[in-house]
Design a binder for this molecule. Sequence first.
Ligand SMILES: Cc1cc2nc3c(=O)[nH]c(=O)nc-3n(C[C@H](O)[C@H](O)[C@H](O)COP(=O)(O)OP(=O)(O)OC[C@H]3O[C@@H](n4cnc5c(N)ncnc54)[C@H](O)[C@@H]3O)c2cc1C
Length: 468
Amino acid sequence: MSQVRPATGIDFPLQVPVLIIGAGACGLTAALAAHDAGAEVLVLERDTSPTGSTAMSSGMIPAAGTALQAARGVVDSAERMAADIQAKAHGQNDPAFVAAICTASGPTVDWLVAQHQVALGLVEGFLYLGHSRARMHAPASRSGADLIAGLLQAARAVDIDIVTDALVTTLYADADGSVRGVEFQWPDGSQERAGCSALVLACSGFGGNADLVARYIPEIAGALYHGHSGNRGDALRWGEALGAATAQLGAYQGHGSVAAGHGILITWALMVEGGFQVNAKGERFSNEHLGYSEQAMQVLAQPGGVAWSIYDARLHAMAQDFEDYRDAVAAGAIRQAESIEALAEACGLPAANLAATLRATSGGQPDPWGRDFSAKPGLVAPFFAVKVVGALFHTQGGLRVDAQARVLRPDGAALPNLFAGGGAAAGISGEGRDGYLSGNGLLSAVVLGAKAGRAAAALTALTGPGRR
Ligand SMILES: Cc1cc2nc3c(=O)[nH]c(=O)nc-3n(C[C@H](O)[C@H](O)[C@H](O)COP(=O)(O)OP(=O)(O)OC[C@H]3O[C@@H](n4cnc5c(N)ncnc54)[C@H](O)[C@@H]3O)c2cc1C
């Protein structure tokens, strides 16, 4: 479906300076940035109501050196943030690219909050694994749906045109790779064309395309995909057809904690703060503190491909801050019992095994999986449990871009007027399942989105009409 055709002889009844495909966090941030830089913008979105993977997320954007951090006395820096990202990614990212993203993260979040009144607050009370400072910025609900709502409200407040139900199918380009416009399809099958001076690909990754997942990330191909189904790898295919380089296609954000049968994300904060996971035998099988992304494969490898997350009332209370968790409670996904034996019975787990597993986490002896349980309080009755599966959330590889979000060719030269961010671009999560640091997804979406919007606007200022 997604293709690139020659622009010769094609007319575009509608002409816009900056065209953006996709109205997730990347596309909406790009639109706001291009608007603020003085360009007219049009966003084309395939869905009736924009949601994207962004709306399925916890809405947490990492950023260093923000006003929100300063107000809470958190001392952070782009260098510290970059070091955290590189440590998780085993140094597999380009350091200059990571540094550029981290340097821009604080100003980008400050701009969204101050200039566009996107309601974000600093997430406190726990630190995600691998974060050396409190730097997650999220809506109060910790819900990506509220993040998208805030971005949409901001875009509407400045009259940005967002056309929905518009599935972009075709790019029209010159022989030198300059994109002249796109064709999009309405739900009734009719088609329209729009011309542009610059194009931003904000239509995310390929998690919703089973063939591409099987090709590039075969290990997770059979697992639940718990991201936006409309993300079918269009940016990747268009970019490749235009001669763009790709990178890190095997990298992905998995998750080892989606409520089985409910499809609801259960926050990993439960594990960070003292909970643990067992398999159907009531036994632990991994170090939960290595990260939730790699835990997807650990859970999938257990009998039946399921695990149980075990925690207590302290952690249950903490998780109530997450809208997803409250939804899981309302859906009946959470089991509760006064003793560990009663919990085992409620979950159909061998009671003696589960009790022994609990004792092993609180007795001070070395953990066979290498986790340090001493830093958090041991679990005490009453106990809680939720049955979970491993899932693919988001692909992290894509089109190679530079620090201005310009799409690059294999020789490092930029394509003339093509930009990408978020899931459409190669990210900062290394090469595989275990390089993803919490927040890398929205960081890439928001920061590269802002950079892409600004750079696209600057290009149109040089090349043509359409300044506001
Ligand atoms: C359950 C879950 C939890 C997560 N939690 C977090 C978190 O807390 N923090 C974090 O940093 N990351 C998180 N992530 C990852 C994060 O959500 C993504 O990295 C981020 O949302 C990507 O933003 P995006 O704008 O690139 O893509 P999206 O938000 O997916 O937006 C892409 C848009 O493009 C549209 N589109 C696609 N193709 C076309 C086309 N051909 N024509 C027109 N429109 C098209 C789609 O419909 C969609 O609206 C999570 C992901 C999931 C699934």
